[in-house]
Design a protein around this ligand. Structure first.
Ligand SMILES: CC(=O)N[C@H](C=O)[C@@H](O)[C@H](O)[C@H](O)CO
Ligand SMILES: CC(=O)C(=O)O
Length: 364
C-alpha cells in the first residue's frame, strides 16, 4: 500500500495517472475559492496565470571543459522537462542556472535560447534579470521583453544592499519599468542575498509602486512570512511560488500557487504527483510523496548539496550533459554522484525504474 510508512508512493500502485506533459496543471478552482481568489482567466498568456505555475524549474547552464555555455542542449532539455518531468514553466538564469556567474551577454543568449526552443512547448519562460548594477538589470529586463519572455524576476542587490523596504522597492521599480509590459516577480532568497527584508512587508502596497507586480518566488523557510504574504493579499491575483522543495506541501497548505525549485529538474514528475494528491485533498498520499522527496534531499544535504551537486544529478537523471559549474563553484565529486544515484534508485526516482512493477520493495 502506497501509504505504508517507509515506502514511497508509486504511480502504478496508487492508480495515479502519469499524464506526461500534462501534470503541470493549474490548481483547482476550489482551492482558489478557498483563498478568496476570483476565477482566473483561461488565457495562457494572461499574466495572472503565472500564479498557477505548477512545476516551475530553473535554468541550467551547460558548459563543456572549456567553461563555455553549451547552448546546443537547451532544445533537448526542453523536451526532456516537458515529456519526462511534466514541467512546462521555466525560470531561467536563477540560482541553479548560475545566472549571477554569467556575463550579461551570456545571460541574454541563454534567455533567448530558452524562449526560442520553448516556443509552442512551454507555457511560460520567466527570466531572472537581477544584478548588482541597476543598469545591467534594466538592460536584461528590456531584452526579456524584446525576445518575448513571459515575465521577469529580480533578487535584491546583495553587495551594496538596500536597508529598508522602500529602498528595495525603488530598486525593483526601476527594473520593472524597463519592461513595462512584462509580469514582474520578486525573488526572495534572503539566505543568499543577505537582504532580510520580510516579504510580507515588501508586498504591502507594492502594486501602487510596481503596477506589473505579479508575484513572489519565496525561497525561505519562514512560513509565518510566507503565510502572511498570502493572507494579506487575498484580493490580488498574485502568484505565490514556493522555493524550498523539501517543504512544498506545508507551503501549499499556506496557499502557495506554484513552486520553483532545483529538484523539479529531476523530481518534477514526483512533485506533480504530490500536487495532484493535494488537489484531490488526499493529504496522506501527498505527505507520502513529500516524505519521499525529503528522504532524498535529506540524504544529499548530509553529503553536501548545492548548485554543483544539482547539476550532477540533472546530468545523471536526464542523460543530457550539464557540464561542470563555473568558479567559484567546484564540480561535484564522483563519490557524491554515485551515492546520489544509488539513493535515487532505491527510492524509485529514476524514470526507467519508475514504470517497473514491484519496485516498491526496493525503496528504503
Ligand atoms: C538555495 C537554493 O538553491 N534553493 C533552491 C531554489 O530556490 C531549492 O530548489 C533548493 O535547491 C531545494 O529546496 C533543496 O534544498
Ligand atoms: C532553484 C531556483 O529556484 C533557481 O534556480 O533560482
Amino acid at each position: 500500500d502506497a501509504a505504508e510508512p517507509g515506502r514511497c508512493p508509486h504511480a502504478g500502485r496508487t492508480g495515479l495517472q502519469t499524464r506526461q506533459g500534462e501534470v503541470c496543471t493549474q490548481r483547482g478552482a476550489g482551492d482558489r475559492r478557498a483563498l478568496g481568489h476570483p476565477a482566473a482567466s483561461s488565457d495562457a498568456r494572461d499574466p495572472r496565470r503565472a500564479g498557477e505555475l505548477r512545476r516551475s524549474h530553473f535554468s541550467l547552464r551547460c558548459s563543456g571543459d572549456t567553461g563555455e555555455i553549451n547552448f546546443s542542449v537547451i532544445g533537448q532539455y526542453v523536451d526532456y522537462l516537458v515529456k519526462e518531468q511534466g514541467v512546462k514553466n521555466i525560470f531561467v538564469n536563477g540560482t541553479t542556472g548560475e545566472g549571477l556567474s554569467l556575463s550579461i551577454s551570456e545571460r541574454r543568449q541563454v534567455a533567448e535560447e530558452w524562449v526560442t526552443k520553448g516556443k509552442d512547448k512551454l507555457d511560460q519562460v520567466v527570466i531572472h534579470v537581477g544584478a548588482l548594477s541597476l543598469k545591467e538589470s534594466q538592460e536584461l529586463a528590456q531584452h526579456a521583453a524584446e525576445i518575448g519572455a513571459d515575465g521577469i524576476a529580480v533578487i535584491a542587490p546583495f553587495f551594496l544592499k538596500p536597508w529598508t523596504k522602500d529602498i528595495l522597492i525603488n530598486f525593483l521599480k526601476e527594473v520593472a519599468a524597463a519592461a513595462p509590459a512584462l509580469p514582474f516577480y520578486y525573488y526572495h532568497i534572503p539566505a543568499l542575498t543577505g537582504v532580510k527584508i520580510r516579504a510580507e512587508e515588501l508586498l504591502d502596497g507594492i502594486q501602487d509602486k510596481i503596477p506589473t507586480f505579479q508575484g513572489l518566488k519565496f525561497s525561505d523557510t519562514d512560513l509565518l512570512d510566507f503565510g502572511q504574504c498570502v493572507d494579506q493579499n487575498r484580493q490580488q491575483q498574485f502568484a505565490f511560488l514556493f522555493g524550498v522543495d523539501e517543504q512544498l506541501l506545508s507551503a501549499l497548505v499556506m496557499g502557495a500557487t506554484g513552486a520553483v525549485g532545483s529538484t523539479y529538474n529531476y523530481l518534477g514528475k514526483k512533485t506533480n504527483q504530490m500536487l495532484e494528491a493535494f488537489e484531490r485533498k488526499d493529504l496522506s498520499l501527498a505527505l507520502n510523496y513529500q516524505f519521499c522527496i525529503q528522504r532524498f534531499i535529506n540524504f544529499v544535504v548530509k553529503l553536501g548539496f548545492g548548485v554543483s551537486q544539482t547539476k550532477a544529478i540533472m546530468t545523471l537523471v536526464s542523460g543530457i550533459p550539464m557540464g561542470p559549474p563555473r568558479l567559484p563553484l567546484q564540480k561535484a565529486s564522483r563519490e557524491f554522484t554515485d551515492s546520489a544515484e544509488a539513493k535515487l534508485k532505491s527510492l524509485d526516482f529514476l524514470s526507467f525504474t519508475d514504470l517497473k512493477d514491484g519496485s516498491l520493495e526496493a525503496s528504503s
